[in-house]
Design a protein around this ligand. Structure first.
Ligand code: AMP
Ligand code: TRP
Length: 330
């Protein structure tokens, strides 16, 4: 059976990049696969977290997934720390993965920076926990962005190494599901940097909780260049801001960049921006409103997470028991 597992960090301030780069794809996949979507709070604590904020962000991200249209009855939505099997299997993988493999992980190098000795052991072992997330459910497919491909490769190496260490054919090697189109949404103020929650300027991003007026203002102020829109995608070469806005329009209206250039070629940005604003408002405002409604219903969010965790445990326990048997743990 084909099973999807994916994880999202509980960082606050979900924005258009998170939506087009990740959440929207999760929404689509739910009709084709059995899906488990996990808010990875144990991954979050590999770097310092404020406890109150961590709890709030876990709920906010959950609300974002629900508001975007993921159905918690047909899929399993839960937070990682409620299913102890993730930590247990991660420990076993700590005893399978090699230092040399983890030393190659570029995300650790980036996140640890120059003060590597000061990074937590958890940050270093992060990819083993991610492998445990996926393999605990014997997931076959994992939707991930570019930055996580190396971790998924490592997951496949760990699955293989476990199988060969114990002479079993137990863990499948999960396949990446490549995200399409607007996989990278850029800042509205600078076409060379990614839209990010950590950008100082709130005008650089559209937050999922922005209201219609705010979205309109941010699009109106978005940086462009003086030329009219090109007639074809080739004409976007070297025009990163135009490319970004056209990419966003295409993704939000479920068309392609080529069709968008066809539609707006030769027009000036002001006309295009007003269409983009309409499309963005139609698509995003209902999500923002639902997120705000859900923010006022903490007990509902918590019940989704605990019911999800219950169902996740049900799938995880037999796998974990079998792993323990294979390893020789009584
Ligand atoms: P982050 O909040 O950076 O941990 O990202 C959470 C998810 O959203 C990941 O799957 C990222 O790949 C995706 N994501 C974040 N920022 C962007 C962006 N600017 N464009 C596309 N995807 C993004
Ligand atoms: N490491 C991923 C990120 O930072 C989140 C994640 C944790 C994940 N466990 C996962 C993604 C398992 C896919 C599958 O975005």
């Amino acid at each position: 059976m084909e099973r999807i597992f994916s994880g999202v960090q509980p960082t606050g301030n979900l924005h258009l990049g998170n939506y087009l780069g990740a959440i929207r794809n999760w929404v689509r996949l739910q009709s084709q696969f059995e899906c488990l979507y996990c808010v990875v709070d144990l991954h979050a604590i590999t770097v310092p977290q404020d406890p109150l904020e961590l709890r709030a962000n876990t709920r906010e991200v959950t609300a974002g997934l629900l508001a975007a249209g993921i159905d918690p009855t047909n899929n399993i939505i839960f937070n990682q720390s409620q299913v102890s099997g993730h930590s247990e299997l991660a420990w076993i993988f700590n005893c399978v993965a090699r230092l040399g493999w983890l030393n190659r992980m570029t995300q650790f190098k980036e996140k640890a920076g120059k003060r590597r000795d000061n990074a937590t052991v958890g940050l270093y072992a992060y990819p083993n926990l991610m492998a445990a997330d996926i393999l605990l459910y014997q997931a076959t497919h994992v939707p991930v962005g570019d930055d996580q491909k190396q971790h998924l490769e490592l997951t496949r190496d760990i699955a293989q190494a476990f199988n060969s260490m114990f002479g079993v054919d137990f863990f499948p090697e999960p396949e990446p599901v490549i995200m399409d189109d607007a996989a990278r949404v850029m800042s509205l103020r600078n076409g060379a940097s990614k839209m990010s929650k950590s950008d100082e300027s709130d005008y650089s991003r559209i937050n999922l909780t922005d209201d219609g007026d705010t979205i309109a203002l941010k699009i109106q102020k978005a940086r462009t260049d003086p030329d009219p829109l090109p007639y074809s995608a080739e004409g976007l070469e070297g025009r990163s801001e135009a490319e970004n806005l056209i990419g966003i329009y295409a993704a939000l209206s479920d068309t392609s960049i080529a069709e968008t250039c066809d539609e707006f070629g030769g027009e000036n940005f002001s006309k295009f921006k007003s269409r983009l604003t309409e499309v963005a408002i139609a698509r995003l405002v209902p999500i923002g409103e639902e997120m705000r409604r859900l923010a006022g219903d903490v007990s509902y969010i918590d019940s989704v997470l605990s019911e999800g965790a219950e169902r996740a445990r049900h799938l995880a326990n037999p796998v974990l028991n079998e792993v323990k048997r294979i390893v020789g743990l009584l």
